[in-house]
Design a protein around this ligand. Structure first.
Ligand code: IMP
Length: 180
């Protein structure tokens, strides 16, 4: 199988473009069914989810809105816990049906820390759609309502996901080849 190089690491094809597109369509179909007669607000978490969010939203046929946010994390001054703030979330979330769009849920830490902030704003409902999930890496309890692919606990790039800034533009998803 042809290998590609991103920075100093070798990657091999893991998910083909057609397989990804097929899965994205399937998830959109399920959302169209589940949210029939509702007007969900998709909240896509940047940077990684931009490609998945765009392709997913293209296949949404019900009335829906989308907003993009960036999460910034820093250590609280007093507590040792991680504080997550959302940049770009200016909309009123009260009573809205929210669908969080993620590229990948790895340890689950990001969403586990961020979801209470959203719940605090009293949405009518909150679901998560993630293209990829590494079940073996999950450390924080999290229910992911729409999962594209469950993948092994190995680093991947492409289709929005990066390795140190590079690889986001790849149409396929590539998996790190173990050295040696
Ligand atoms: P979590 O908080 O551990 O679930 O991590 C989520 C974030 O880590 C994702 O939104 C990605 O930006 C990044 N991430 C986790 N695993 C990978 C990977 O295999 N490749 C690229 N980015 C990853």
């Amino acid at each position: 199988m042809p290998l590609i190089k991103v920075h100093d690491k070798s990657f091999e094809t893991y998910l083909a473009e057609e397989a990804i597109q097929q899965k994205v369509k399937e998830i959109a179909g399920n959302i169209n069914k589940d949210y029939k007669d509702k007007k969900p607000l998709f909240i896509a978490i940047l940077n990684g989810s931009f490609m998945f969010a765009a392709d997913l939203f293209r296949h949404i046929t019900i009335d829906a809105e989308i907003s993009f946010i960036k999460l910034a994390s820093y250590k609280g001054m007093k507590s040792s816990g991680q504080v997550i703030t959302a940049i770009g979330l200016e909309m009123d979330l009260i009573g809205r049906d929210l669908i969080i769009v993620e590229d990948i849920v790895d340890t689950g830490k990001t969403l586990h820390n961020f979801l209470p902030k959203l719940q605090h704003q009293q949405p009518a409902s909150l679901k998560i759609a993630s293209l990829l999930h590494k079940p073996d890496a999950l450390k924080h309890p999290l229910i992911i309502d729409y999962i594209g692919f469950n993948i092994p606990d190995k680093f991947v790039v492409g289709y929005g996901l990066d390795y140190d800034g590079l690889g986001r533009n790849l149409k396929e998803i590539y998996q790190l080849v173990d050295a040696g």
